[in-house]
Design a protein around this ligand. Sequence first.
Ligand SMILES: [Zn+2]
Ligand SMILES: [Zn+2]
Length: 330
Amino acid sequence: MNKEECIEIVQEYYEEYGRSPTHDSDVIPYTLAKKLFGTWTELIKQSGVLHTNQKYSNLTVDEFLKLFESRCDKIEEGCWEANFIYKKKGYARITYNNITWAAHRLIYTLVKGPIPEGKLVRHTCDVKACCNPDHLEIGTDQLNQLDSLERGTWRTGKTTREIRPKNLPDAELLEWLVYKDCDPDDNGCFIWQKSLDPDGYGLTHYKGVTKRAARLIYILHNNYPNIEGQIVRHTCDVKACCNPDHLIIGTLSNNALDARKNRKGLKFNEQSVRVVLTGYYEVKENKNMLIKDFIKIITKEYNCSAGTVHDIIYNRKWKDVYADFHKNLK
Ligand SMILES: [Zn+2]
Ligand SMILES: [Zn+2]
């Protein structure tokens, strides 16, 4: 690849994604860019496209937030995963007005205000790359650890793992997922060591999409069977296990199916949505409870995620009921 080709690639990338590639993206090897241009920034400059940083500086805060949100991967629990930017130890990092931030801290600051000195912004969802302001709150390190302990996502031992190269061929990816992203335990399970969803299942990314690791491993290991509508079960009952020999295809038992439905919030109907909205409205008016605590109560009562409650009270789903409810308030 020569200079012209590098520049062309950057320009094409910019056209397609609306931003310049970061130095760790696969489009151009960093070492090559360095050799040809001295620095990555110089390459971007010569390509005549705006550096991501400059691009953001030209926007108002609202425009920036909108753009940021639209680039995040939205996952089931309402998380906004900032997978489009460079990540360090799982946390997205972003340069905004010449200051490099952990992205979730920047979003918190822009949406909710300054972070008190020495305080952490913690994720109520445990997804490090998540930048949904509804999932961010001020906390202490201790609290953070306690929370993840409760959810069973707290880990000891190895903290640094080899970073999986992007775009591995499927066969190599399978090996990597099973042998490098997992640690074996005494029962023959391979325990997923990366992020877990709130239910305790391993999550990973495949072709830009967040997937359950065990499901992806099952598919790769069994030569791409069509398992649409079916679930991948663990014969060992260990949710974080990714040993292909412990994975089978199956249907959910009725109980599990119900639990799953509840988690997904399917249990909500017009009436219960109204109950939630009424409660939320009362709490907001009377300030007799923190919104956060109200949401907790609802999630317990309906066995749903906080994201589902957010969807209702912030008018993201059940929009008809929301509109009708507010019309009748006036
Ligand atoms: Zn989240
Ligand atoms: Zn297992």
